[in-house]
Design a protein around this ligand. Sequence first.
Ligand code: BGC
Length: 760
Amino acid sequence: MTAEKIKEIVSQMTLEEKASMCSGADFWHTEAVERLGIPASMVSDGPHGLRKQDQEGDHLGVNDSIRAVCFPAGCGTAASFNRELIQQMGETLGEECQAEGVSVILGPAVNIKRSPLCGRNFEYYSEDPLVASEMAGALIHGVQSKNVGTSIKHFLGNNQETRRMTSDSRIGERSLHEIYLAAFEGAVKKEKPWTVMCSYNKINGTYAAENHKYLTEVLRDEWGFEGYVMSDWGAVNSRVKDLQAGLDLEMPSSNGFNDKLIVGAVQSGELPEKVLDAAVGRILNIVFRYEENRDKNAVFDRDKDHEMARKVAQETIVLLKNEGVLPLSEQDEIAFIGKYAKTPRYQGGGSSHINSHKVTSALDAVEGMSNVTYAQGFDDKEDKTDEKLLAEAVEAAKKAKVAVIFAGLPDAFESEGFDRAHMRMPDCQNELISSVAAVQPNTVVVLHNGSPVEMPWVNEVKGIVEAYLGGQAVGGAVCDILFGRVNPSAKLPESFPLKLEDNPSYLFYIGERDKVEYREGIFVGYRYYDKKKMDVLFPFGHGLSYTTFGYSNLTTDKDHMKDTDVMTVSVDVTNTGHMAGKEIVQLYVADKESTVIRPVRELKGFEKVELAPGETKTVTFNLDKRAFAYYSVKLQDWHVETGAFDIMIGRSSRDLVLTKEVTVESTVKIPFVYTTDTTMGDVLRDPRAREIVAGLLKLDIFGGEQGKAESDVANEAISEGMSEAMAGFTPLRGAVSFGGGMNMADIQEIVDQLNALEDI
Ligand code: BGC
């Protein structure tokens, strides 16, 4: 529908009708205005399946929803690093929505994994904003190609579940731009989600729902977002203020209460009617975009989509460790041990909970293979070792050639609505793994969890497979990997620290009551572990394959560029092993020298390539200013410091195989203002300033060019280097206290002369 037509409809609406459009008719529908042909529009949860509730609505996954297909959760889909695949998953979800009359699926969820404890990490993508934003973009692209909208969420700073409706995320401006906003930015700019969902929490003192800065200035004015912003369910607390800030649709319904506030505010002149008209226009635009593109032929083919879920799951499973034990032979005597072999944990709790139409377990997937035995090993209702189950498992392991333990986190350990209390697996499962490994040298652990766990048994087992929360087809996909029918190709989109205390947010997570300070700043995940040179259990970007890959020929189309240019980087990747496989090529950029505190290196590109044995492919990346920049709070913009950068290609963040140095020149100067506090070291960086401060340079406190020799001899404890260094840090005003006869007015005169220099 054209913008004019929408305007015309809005102009025909009464004030009351317009106000009512701005909140849900019920839990999942927008209002209809029949006399004007405005239909109600349904939204439903995702993001990794369709959670459409026909009956009573709730937003915590308590009540039932229609039978649907559960795809791997965000933790896994991010690990695929495969944009095309996640786009296909999006297309499937879009088709399902078309078939079910759902106009917007509520996802993807891109909040940064600040701490392994966040109860909702399983739904989120990564600790790295590029990965989060790119993978979200792929899903959005797929869904929206079917003329169904998405709602990228939860905007902004919602990185924990504890007190999520009232907590105040206090995040520095630079970290917001480099980490937390960046997770949304790329996807919003490139893929134009139809809607954005704002989060419950406050950001630096202002609720996300009433945050004009982020909902309007950043989202709309800077990023060009044109859709509507909806609230998270119940995130509105000041309706009129929210509308003015840029929050269009309140969800769910406030039973008319807030509509009345809007009407009153317009009538009293507190709220300009054009603000309301704009919000209604944005909502109608999406309502009609969906309505006019309904696909009457769409079908929700659950069995077909189950196969798609399996295909996605195959690429979300990360092979963390393999000391020659995998792949398994289909002929060997194998003991499948652990409850999750029979009833896998494949999704998390809360609003993303899918009512799966069927679930394939690993045991289902080996049905008919008489060489595979099963022992339950543990129960996950409570963390208590069941001696009988343990003994049976050890017995089964002893008899077999290989033991595969299906372990992980029980439902009660991670869910929307609360955070994890620790990073450990249940003790009873750890005990089981150690007991089995003690009798069976060929032990493999398959993990079902949405967030990192500590692995006290890491050195006791030969293989570790991270299946994440792999969706309803996870059992088939895990067996495809175990038996080598599919070559593992996923990598970790997050670091696995050795222990929780190593995590950079540890000291401040989950805050003091509602005050949550993000004191680690930009040093989230590998940005911290690398800077601190800390050992981790498994690094960001890590993941093994049954084949090997070689890298060569790292080239750039230029060695030097201005920050307004784009640099093309290419590298050859060869499958040097004997099995076809896929490799995720990672490109990191390191600023070699900077006056700004920066991470050692940051991921600035990734590509997944499929290679037959012996095959070589060239992978290319385009790097623009953003790849080299940090966010300058002073400039309120991204900035590159002129200088050398390393471009590094890696198999993971800790396995960097090729490096090339390039230089980037800034076209933007950060203006420098001299004051009486400016140090002599900073002054002398500009050769033109030397003449102006020549008089001061003669003074002892600034290195005393004349008296230097004598004073150095006189005080052997202070070497020439030391006195120069000290002088460098002395402010110009030091000449008043120690300079003999100068006063502040003299210093100010020098400062004025310095500031009069051109182009400083
Ligand atoms: C969640 C959202 C979800 C909404 C609707 C909220 O509690 O935070 O992610 O989309 O409920 O179920």
